[in-house]
Every structure is written in structure tokens, then in C-alpha cells.
Design a protein around this ligand. Sequence first.
Ligand code: ADP
Ligand code: MG
Length: 357
Amino acid sequence: MATLQIENVSKHFGSVKAIDNLSLTVEGPELIALLGPSGCGKTTLLRMIAGFISATKGTIRIGDRDVTNVPPNHRNTGMIFQSYALFPHMTVGENVGFGLEMRKIAKAERHRLVKEALSLVHLDGFEDRYPKQMSGGQRQRVAIARALVIRPDVFLLDEPLSNLDAVLRQSVGNEIRALQQRLGLTSVFVTHDQKEALMLADRLVVMKAGRIIQTGSGSDVYNRPNSRFVANFLGKSNFFNGWHSQKDGFDTQSGLKLKCPGTDAALGDASLLSVRPESIRLGPDASSFTNSFEGKVERITYLGSLTEVEVRLTEDDLITVQMQNRPENIFKADIGSSVIAGWATNSAHLIIDQGEV
Ligand SMILES: Nc1ncnc2c1ncn2[C@@H]1O[C@H](COP(=O)(O)OP(=O)(O)O)[C@@H](O)[C@H]1O
Ligand SMILES: [Mg+2]
């Protein structure tokens, strides 16, 4: 375990700023998730930490060491990839032992460490198989063993679950998390999948266009997004455009008067109020909330555990409401019928700085 420090790092490919003056510290044994849409620079940043790509500018430190110009094989990072990237012509044992051989570890010790690493990922006795004789989940566990056998200072994971089906994604994800915690590994997990990030990470780092937009725990970022971009990237939200008119008041452009958690910040400024779909109630009881409005049901979508209902409050405000389906509580209404929608003041989140995101 070692602290990873990224200071003012940029990477330019010609005119593309893949990473744009980014700083980030990961304290061992923390697992952070780099989360963002395709092309936002996640892989580039990970490959710079590993040393496969050199930084255009800035400094990368692992522990006390400035590794900015240190080649990958001298950084002591372990990396796994979406595509597993195992050597097809080598056995599982040879794959896992590869990094040890490069480090000139003697054969007997190598065998012992390979056995131990395979045991960590529950693949005892698989040394002599070839990758093509194994399932996707097993191959990814071989790749994990190969990355961990060298006892890396930093564990790097680039969308490692993306090639697995939903069930395996969950179980391999849980295994990765358990190993990371047990070994106390400083880890950076890249994903474009918010569920994976929420499930696995101590801290989320949401990126866009080579920059960090927000960092925080899953519940921080979900409940207090700093921008429309983050609110939409992590889940869904309803947005009202308008003005924070008084300490706990918000007037929408469409003429609704809403309540929001009290703050003196940005009074009078154009801003955005975000309300999550699961925070809104429908039906007569919803009239007891501080925010309650009559609307018309426009669409009802059954989604198994949830029902999603679109309700039009005004010409400009079509809100989405999500309800858990319980046997006694399945939402039924005719399209076009009236319904009361309501939510509590503290379910609304004021987004002040719309800036460039
Ligand atoms: N070797 C390269 N040459 C030119 N452009 C690149 C190269 N690698 C990545 N890029 C560009 O840098 C940006 C970030 O890419 P990448 O780090 O792969 O994003 P992500 O992993 O978040 O999907 C993209 O615009 C991509 O096209
Ligand atoms: Mg990528």
C-alpha cells in the first residue's frame, strides 16, 4: 500500500487534451472509481499511472517516489484490463508467474507465489490449463492473480467487468473488492458504469473531457451532484430551471413556486433544482408534502421492480417518478388522468454552479 499522487498532469495527443491538468490523491488502502463517459480520458490516466503512456506535463508519485519518468516495469503497479490480456500460448501458471520471472525470482519461490495467488482468486490447481480452456470469469481471475502476485503498490483496473455477464460481473466485482480490502491495496478502478462504481468504490471521481468534475463518496455524489452532468450521469433526475428566490424558495421559469433546502448562496441567480425520481410520491397522500402539484399522467412504464410514471406539471415541466412495486402498491391510473405529485423539501437539491458542465 502506498499513496498515489497525481499532480497537475496533462496528456495531449496532437490537439486532443485527453487529460487536462488533473490532480488526484489516492490514499492506501482506498479504492477509487474513475467514472465518466467513453472518451473522457479514464484509460489514458490509468496508463499514465502504470507508465505505458508518458505525461505531457505534471508529476506522478507512488509513495515517496516520483515515478513520472520511470518505466512501467520499475513502478510496481499491477493492472488488469477489460480484455483480460492473458498470453494465449502460456499456461495459467506461466501467465501468473510472468511478472515474477521478469523480476528474476527463483523458480521454487515463483511456484509458491503463483500457487498462493491462484488460491486468492479461487483457482487452486489450474496452473496447467491454457486461457482458451477457461471461461471469461476464470480468465479475469487469472489476470487478477497475475496483477497481484507481484504485490503491487498500486492496483489498476480498466473496466475489468465489462466483458462479463451480469451475474459474473457481480461476483467477480465482489471478489475484487474483498481482495483489495484484505490486501489493503491502493486501487484505481475505471468504469463507465455507475452501478459498478457505487458498488465497489470508497470514493467516486467523476470525469468529463479530461478533467475531474466531482469527487466524493457514492452517496455524496448521488445526493449532492454539483452539476447537471453529474446528476444525469449518476442515475436520473428531474431538473427545474429557475431562480433561488429566497432562503428556501425556488421559482421556476415555468411559474412553479418550489421549496428547496435553505441557503443564502446564489440568491437571485439562475440555477437548477434537481429532484430524484424516487423521491417523488404520487396519489392523494402526496398533497401533504411541502411541494405538491396536480399533474396529468402521460406515460406509465412497468420495469419489474419499479414502475416509472411521467407526469406533466406544466407545459415545460414533465417529471419522471419511480415507485417500488409492491403487491399492495402497484401504480394504476389512466393516461391523461389527474394525479397529485409531491416531494419533501430536503429531497430537492440546488445546483448552483452550472459553469461549463
Ligand atoms: N493514442 C492516442 N492517439 C490519439 N488520441 C488518443 C489516443 N488515445 C486516446 N486518445 C483520445 O484521448 C481521449 C481519451 O481517451 P481514453 O483515455 O481512451 O478515454 P476513456 O478510457 O475514458 O474512454 C479520446 O478523445 C481519445 O480519442
Ligand atoms: Mg477506456
